[in-house]
Write a protein that binds this ligand. Structure first.
Ligand code: ADP
Ligand code: MG
Length: 664
């Protein structure tokens, strides 16, 4: 051991150096300073804010406003730490509604740059100009001419911190960041006019007018490709006490760049949790790797917001965060579905090369799944069906006599015509039907359907599916009926056709239908052949409507030539065709447009939802159809009305099963 080794002497750091280091933590680049200055100008009730920069704000960052100004007597202390006109007691911290809450911004800036303030209040006859260094006023404020308001000039940022200065080499990048901060505040404060100018350039880099609107400012700064797709909404929640003002793009718009402008209580902040949540809603509709544009302004009771975060860390946390985010997700989804974008969304599905929804759909990745919640979801694994005895049972209720035995036509008799160019629907009756579907859609049930996993089917009416840790039994028939109804409504005028080859004679089919119990024919009704002939006549007469709007073709000779193809790969059961045709002739209200479409769609949906259920027939196996055709379509297309909730029964859930096994 050497005796000479002495410990280093601990010295107190010079106060100026300490302050400088602390200030450098708060002001890390020009954009941080600009954010603080913009908030000060907005606090001072300015209606016009002009920013001028040189070398990305590194040489000069100047902000001029027409706000209240600073009183002369305050100029001596305005740059000292913890001086603020915005709160006086510690308790105010929780209540403060203005942006500034630390009284540190100007002080910090004065430690890392040359700062000068020129200001004039309404009361004073002239303005004053003062310069500051390390938090202290240099000399006395000098009287000067000027309008009401404040000009704050920051020169040579980090002149006294060479390493920091070095790290910010690119003025272009700093300018980009400055412009991003300014545009966000401009969108959030449309009543205030903003200008951003590079010194020496005649044209401002950015300008928004005084008294504008948010949507208009978004158009000005982000362009019309975003602004024309915007959906605006406001949501108030009295339970979790928050209000959200949002402008979000519809699903037609998407971009590689994810843009989320988030303000909480008027402060520009970031929330990774909220961003992920909103993105997860869109991921169902947008191609993989594509994002929406989202502006969101949340207002929370100030005491619920954790303001005590590091000033440069804009990430915020707030009380009831998970619940509030969940509510916002619901709202976003509801608006996306409620907007006419759904129509385009349906159209997109029809276009070749459109993204496959199932593929782009991604589960909320932030959600952690515990082992006890893990359940089998691999569709290729064994299905419950394997354990069930094959069912040989015909459609209960509508039991056919002779026609019931009619076999579905072999597959080659169907040919689906290629998709035509999409025609735009203008009929208000149809638009109303769509609107009704969208308005009634249960967001919660839709989310369940979207994320469910098919387990197996019990019979032609009932299937099992799993959602999260729950196992459900659902009335497939009712779900299918609604699905086919909606497909007709959305494919209106654009139905692809299933061609019947050969075509089928209407009259013969109608005679068959009268033989069925469902028709309820009695001798008093008259001769079957005559009745069939008059029903056929009605259908031939109404054929143009059915052909034009629904892709159902009946020739003048009374031959059925095609049926609409509503779900890819799905063919309706020919066994039920005769009764369907009879009902078209008798139950559809052909006289009044809206009623006609509604009743036609309902009757057709009813027919399509009756699956042909015979095991071992030469048709495609119905269980296969259920799993690979019907369920994917339900997941993809159905906007479920709340009444369908009654058609789902929770059989069991994982925690309950665990309890059962524990007892064993
Ligand atoms: P804070 O905003 O937290 O109060 P700052 O250091 O940002 O702290 O500002 C200190 C004080 O300077 C403010 O409280 C305000 O009184 C005054 N001030 C700063 N900028 C302006 C401005 N543009 N117009 C009027 N007053 C201002
Ligand atoms: Mg401030």
């Amino acid at each position: 051991m050497s005796k000479d080794l002495e410990p280093g002497v601990i010295r107190k750091l010079d106060e100026v150096v300490v302050n400088r280091i602390a200030a450098g933590e708060i002001i890390q680049r020009p954009a941080n300073a600009l954010k603080e200055l913009l908030e000060n100008s907005l606090d001072a009730q300015s209606s016009h804010i002009q920013v001028q920069v040189k070398a990305g704000g590194l040489k000069l960052l100047q902000i001029q406003d027409n706000g209240t100004g600073i009183r002369r007597e305050d100029l001596s202390i305005v740059c000292e730490r913890f001086t603020t006109s915005k709160l006086s007691r510690f308790e105010d911290l929780a209540q403060i509604a203005t942006f500034g809450f630390r009284g540190e911004a100007l002080a910090s800036i004065s430690h890392v740059a040359h700062l000068s303030i020129q200001t004039k209040t309404a009361k004073e006859k002239c303005g004053y100009k003062a310069t500051y260094a390390d938090g202290m006023l240099q000399g006395q404020p000098k009287p000067c001419a000027g309008n009401q308001g404040t000009i704050i000039s920051i020169e040579d940022l980090f002149y006294n911190m060479p390493q920091r200065r070095q790290a910010l080499r690119s003025p272009a990048e700093e300018f980009q960041r400055l412009s991003e901060v300014l545009t966000r505040y401009a969108v959030h404060n449309p009543k205030v006019g903003f200008t951003l100018r590079k010194q020496g350039e005649a044209q401002p880099a950015l300008r928004t007018p005084v008294g504008s609107s948010r949507a208009e400012n978004i158009r000005i700064v982000y362009g019309s490709s975003i602004s024309k797709e915007l959906l605006e909404f406001n949501h108030r929640d009295d339970v979790f006490k928050f209000e959200a003002d949002c402008l979000i793009t519809q699903v037609n718009y998407s971009s590689k760049k994810s843009q989320m402008l988030l303000f909480i209580n008027q402060r520009l902040v970031e929330s990774a949790a909220l961003k992920t949540a909103v993105d997860s809603v869109y991921s169902t509709y947008l191609p993989r790797g594509q994002h929406p544009f989202v502006y969101m302004s949340l207002t929370l009771p100030p005491q619920n917001l954790d303001v005590n975060v590091h000033p440069t860390k804009h990430e915020v946390h707030f009380l009831y965060q998970d619940e509030i985010i969940e509510k916002i997700k619901e709202q976003v989804e509801a608006r996306l579905l409620g907007s006419n974008s759904t129509r385009t969304f349906y159209k997109q599905l029809r276009l070749p090369g459109a993204p496959d929804l199932d593929e782009t759909q991604s589960a909320d990745k932030t959600q952690r799944i515990y082992p006890k919640e893990l359940v089998r979801t691999d569709a290729s694994e064994q299905k419950l069906d394997k354990f069930l005895a094959p069912l040989v049972k015909s459609e209960s209720g509508g039991s056919f006599s002779s026609s019931q035995e009619a076999k579905p036509l072999p597959d080659r008799s169907f040919r689906v015509t290629a998709a035509k160019k999409t025609r735009e629907v203008r009929l208000s009756s149809v638009l109303d039907m769509r609107q009704r579907v969208e308005r009634q859609c249960s967001v919660q049930l839709r989310s369940t359907l979207k994320n469910m996993v098919y387990v197996g089917c019990v019979d032609e009416r009932r299937s099992l599916f799993q959602h999260e840790t729950r196992l459900y039994l659902c009335n497939t028939r009712v779900f299918c009926e609604e699905l086919f109804y909606q497909r007709l409504v959305y494919d209106f005028q654009n139905c692809t056709e299933i061609t019947m080859n050969p075509s089928l004679p209407l009259k013969e089919l109608l005679v068959l239908s009268l033989d069925s119990e469902a028709a309820g024919w009695t001798p008093e009704d008259g001769d079957k052949a005559e009745l069939a002939a008059s029903a056929a006549e009605i259908l031939v007469k109404k054929a143009p409507i059915m052909r034009e709007y629904f892709g159902l073709r009946i020739s003048e000779m009374g031959q059925l030539e095609s049926l609409p193809s509503l779900v890819p790969q799905y063919r309706p059961s020919i066994a039920h065709l005769p009764v369907y045709l009879l009902r078209l002739a008798t139950e559809v209200d052909w006289d009044q447009e809206a009623r006609c479409f509604e009743t036609f769609c309902r009757e057709t949906a009813r027919f399509y939802s009756q699956l042909y259920w015979r095991e071992g027939s030469d048709a495609v196996h119905p269980r296969w159809t259920m799993e690979h055709v019907i369920f994917p379509a339900l997941k993809k297309f159905l906007l479920p009305p709340p009444r369908l909730k009654d058609q789902i029964y929770e059989l069991t859930n994982l925690p309950t099963l665990y309890k059962v096994f524990e007892r064993c």
